[in-house]
Design a protein around this ligand. Structure first.
Ligand code: PMP
Length: 339
C-alpha cells in the first residue's frame, strides 16, 4: 500500500559508509584526542547526573566558550553540531529567500528547502571569491545570506571587503567559519560592529570532536535570544558539554595539530601544484578526476559535481595516509598520461 503524502523530493545522503582503510572525504581531523584528554573528559562525566536533562539553553558550555573569546555568554549559541544551528538560521529572519554562493556547503540550501524557503544563488567568481556587490544586491530582499570562509569545497578565505559590502545592507549574514583555525584568520570581532553578523564555528574540525557533535555561533545578544526561543530545548547533551569544556582547556594541543595539518597540506599541494588550488582549510580542491581510481586503492575522497565536475576534495590525513594518497595520485597521473 502507498504511504499517503510521504515527501520524496529529497535525495538520499551520498556519504560512503563502507569500511575503507583511508578516509579523506569528510574534512575530519585525522587525529583523535589523546588518551589523557579523554581521561579528563571521563572524570567530568563521572560527576554528571545522567538522569537529568541538560541545561535548557546550554549555559555551562556557553560560559566556557564565552570565556575562551572574552565575550558574554549572551553572545554565544551552541548546537548539536554547526549543522543544527544552520537548520535554524535559514529560518530565523524574515525575508523572501536565502542567498548562497555556490560552489559552497550544501546544507544551507538543504535546510532552506526543508523549510520551504527558496534559495537564490550568486555564484563565486572564477577565482572562487564572492562578488560582494552582486551578493549585496540580492541580499536586500533576502532573509539571510550564507558565506563560508574558508569556503567548502574550494578551500579559500573570502576577502573582508567583499563580506562587509554584504553586511552593510543590514541583512543577516551567516559567516560560516567552520575551518577558520586552519586559516589563521577569523572575522568574529566584527560582531561588535555588525549586529546582523552571525559567525558560525564548530568543534568538529580543529578540535577533533566531529563524533561528539558540537557547534556554536557568535552573534549579537538579540539574535542569540531569538535562537533560544525556537531551538529544540535539550539538543546539546551533558556529555557534549563536558567534552567541549575539556578541549577548550587544551587549545595549545589543538594549535600544534593544526600546524601539523597545514604543513602536510602544503606538502601535498606542492607535489601536485598544477592540479591543486591554494587552501586555507584542512582539505585541498584538486582538478583531478581520480575519485574511482583512489577508491579502488582504498582511499575515499569527495567527488564533486556541477561546476566542479572532474574535481575531487581531499581531506588532509595523517602522514602515512597522505603518503599513500600522494603515491596513488602519482600513479593516476602516469596512467592518465599527464605525469
Ligand atoms: N560548515 C561547513 C562549511 C562545513 O564544512 C561543516 C561540516 N562539514 C559544517 C559547517 C558543520 O559541521 P558540524 O555540524 O560538524 O559542526
Amino acid at each position: 500500500m502507498r504511504i499517503g503524502g510521504l515527501v520524496k523530493s529529497f535525495e538520499p545522503y551520498r556519504v560512503v559508509e563502507e569500511d575503507y582503510p583511508i578516509r579523506l572525504d569528510k574534512n575530519e581531523n585525522p587525529y583523535d584526542l589523546p588518551g589523557w584528554v579523554k581521561e579528563e573528559i571521563f572524570e567530568e562525566l563521572r560527576e554528571l547526573s545522567f538522569n537529568r536533562y541538560p541545561h535548557i539553553t546550554s549555559m555551562p558550555v556557553r560560559e566556557a566558550i564565552a570565556g575562551f573569546y572574552g565575550v558574554s555568554p549572551e553572545n554565544v549559541a551552541v548546537g548539536n553540531g554547526g549543522d543544527e544551528l544552520l537548520s535554524y538560521l535559514v529560518w530565523l529572519f524574515e525575508g523572501d529567500y536565502i542567498v548562497t554562493t555556490p560552489p559552497t556547503f550544501g546544507m544551507y540550501g538543504f535546510y532552506a528547502k526543508l523549510r520551504g524557503i527558496p534559495t537564490v544563488e550568486v555564484p563565486l567568481r572564477e577565482d572562487f571569491t564572492i562578488d560582494g556587490d552582486a551578493v549585496a544586491e540580492k541580499a536586500r530582499d533576502a532573509a539571510v545570506v550564507f558565506i563560508a570562509s574558508p569556503n567548502n569545497p574550494t578551500g579559500n578565505l573570502q576577502p573582508e571587503e567583499e563580506i562587509t559590502k554584504v553586511l552593510d545592507t543590514g541583512t543577516a549574514v551567516v559567516l560560516d567559519e567552520a575551518y577558520a583555525e586552519f586559516a589563521g584568520r577569523s572575522l568574529w570581532r566584527l560582531i561588535e560592529e555588525y549586529p546582523n553578523l552571525i559567525v558560525l564555528r564548530t568543534f568538529s574540525k580543529a578540535f577533533s570532536l566531529a563524533g561528539v557533535r558540537a557547534g556554536y555561533f557568535l552573534a549579537s545578544e538579540e539574535v542569540v535570544d531569538v535562537l533560544y526561543r525556537v531551538k529544540s530545548p535539550f539538543s546539546v547533551g551533558v556529555m557534549t558539554m563536558a567534552a567541549v569544556k575539556v578541549v577548550l582547556r587544551h587549545y595549545d594541543l589543538v594549535e600544534r595539530r593544526v600546524a601539523k595539518i597545514i604543513e602536510e597540506r602544503e606538502r601535498i599541494r606542492k607535489a601536485f601544484r598544477e592540479f591543486t588550488y591554494p587552501s586555507d582549510a584542512n582539505f585541498l580542491l584538486m582538478r583531478l578526476d581520480a575519485y574511482e581510481f583512489l577508491l579502488e586503492r582504498g582511499i575515499v575522497v569527495r567527488k564533486l559535481f556541477g561546476r566542479l565536475d572532474g574535481h575531487i576534495r581531499v581531506t588532509i590525513g595523517r602522514k602515512w595516509e597522505n603518503r599513500k594518497l600522494v603515491e596513488a595520485l602519482r600513479e593516476y597521473l602516469e596512467v592518465e598520461g599527464c605525469g
